[in-house]
Ligand binder design. Structure first.
Ligand SMILES: [Zn+2]
Length: 400
């Protein structure tokens, strides 16, 4: 069987599962990508691509605008051997990310240096490869064609498992990034791996106190959109949300931790760069944010959310103070403000913690040290203990 979708059909036909029923009839073994036969070749100002698999697979492919991206999805793939530099010789393709996207789907996201439309999409079942041709178009023509096909499910995450004894306060632990979104990268160290390790250890430490329940936003190397992180924490009835991240600095040797609260404006230029990086997670993962309103300003003026904001501020200040205890001399414990999308739950006090600078050897060493992380987690827990006492008092005052 050989199917060719002509350009005029591309937009409506691309989402079709090529082999009907294959998604559910798959054998337990994952379909494997064959890196040696996967190729991206410049073709004039366009690109010809072949993504080779070891057996036929359903797929979907589409483009997204602002910034220009190409998204290719397959049911969960084995990526072994594939590296992002496979697009290095194709100037029109600026970067490639790939990884798990939802429970059932894997994703490749290509950043495009120029507007390129899908002019040919063909799955060749004799070679088990997906052939794509990308041709230059005007920015306006690209925008007109871009968009995820109807029916693409973005929110397929199941409700969070809540661990610990019923009745205890619930701490939602949000390990930043994951799956197709690696976060910051320093050599072989990925932010998404660091944050997951810290999250898992913090969970163990919190549960060991017998004073908290824990809801993990993610427990594996999978992608969760920023909007979904907030939604999952709210659905779990979390009393507080801690979002864990690790920084990189382009210049200098900044050291230490930073605790962030929500604000409609970044408190300084460095924070503005960080919030831009963290809020790009969904864009990098090929999420279509079209139509998603920026509600931060509204959230901040809403009376119902003032209490949440005050409690978040208290937690941010307390955490920032207490983290000084785990830092070397010369390192800073910063408390700052910006419009982080993951902090937007109107009813859950939330803070985002940047554990250190992956770009600074001392910080990176700390974050990779189990001893340092144990000390960090002890400070986080001591802060939560104190904050929950203060929260009860604050709430009582505000409601009287
Ligand atoms: Zn991050």
């Amino acid at each position: 069987m050989k199917k060719i979708f002509q350009p005029f059909l591309a937009r409506i036909a691309l989402f079709a599962l090529l082999i009907s029923g294959a998604l559910h009839a798959q054998s337990p073994a994952q379909v494997r990508i064959i890196p040696g036969e996967t190729k991206f070749v410049a073709d004039g100002f366009g690109v010809v691509a072949a993504i080779a698999l070891d057996e036929p697979s359903p797929f979907r492919v589409f483009t997204l605008d602002d910034p220009w991206r190409l998204v290719v999805d397959f049911p969960t793939l084995d990526w072994n051997g594939l590296t992002p530099d496979i697009v290095a010789d194709t100037p029109a393709l600026q970067a490639l990310r790939f990884g798990q996207f939802t429970r059932d789907w894997s994703r490749l996201v290509f950043d495009l240096n120029q507007p390129l439309a899908l002019s040919e999409v063909e799955f060749d079942t004799t070679t088990n490869s997906l052939h794509l041709r990308l041709s230059p178009v005007s920015a306006s023509a690209f925008a007109a064609q871009a968009g995820a096909p109807a029916g693409v499910e973005w929110q397929v995450n199941t409700p969070l498992d809540i661990q610990g004894e019923a009745g205890l306060p619930i701490v939602a632990i949000d390990a930043g990034h994951g799956g197709v979104d690696p976060g910051a990268i320093r050599g072989y160290v990925l932010e998404k791996d660091l944050t997951l390790v810290v999250a898992q250890e913090l969970r163990t430490a919190l549960l060991a106190t017998g004073r908290y329940r824990v809801a993990m936003i993610r427990e594996t190397d999978t992608f969760v959109s920023l909007r979904d992180r907030v939604r999952l924490a709210r659905a779990a009835g979390a009393h507080v949300l801690l979002s864990l991240h690790a920084n990189t600095a382009e210049r200098g040797r900044a050291r230490g931790t930073s605790v962030y609260n929500l604000s409609d404006e970044a408190s300084d230029a460095e924070t503005a760069a960080i919030v831009e990086f963290e809020n790009r997670a969904d864009l990098l993962a090929g999420i279509d944010l079209d139509g998603e309103e920026d509600l931060i300003a509204e959230i901040l003026v809403d009376m119902a959310q003032r209490e949440t904001n005050l409690l978040s501020e208290n937690l941010g200040a307390m955490l920032s103070d207490s983290l000084l205890a785990v830092l070397d001399s010369g390192a800073k414990s910063r408390h700052r403000w910006a419009g982080f999308r993951v902090l937007k739950a109107p009813d859950i006090p939330s803070v985002l913690l940047e554990l250190g600078f992956m770009s600074t050897p001392g910080d990176l060493e700390d974050m990779q040290s189990e001893t340092w992380r144990a000390a960090l987690n002890a400070q986080i827990i001591a802060t939560l203990d104190a904050w929950f006492v203060q929260m009860a008092e604050t709430r009582a005052l505000m409601r009287n």
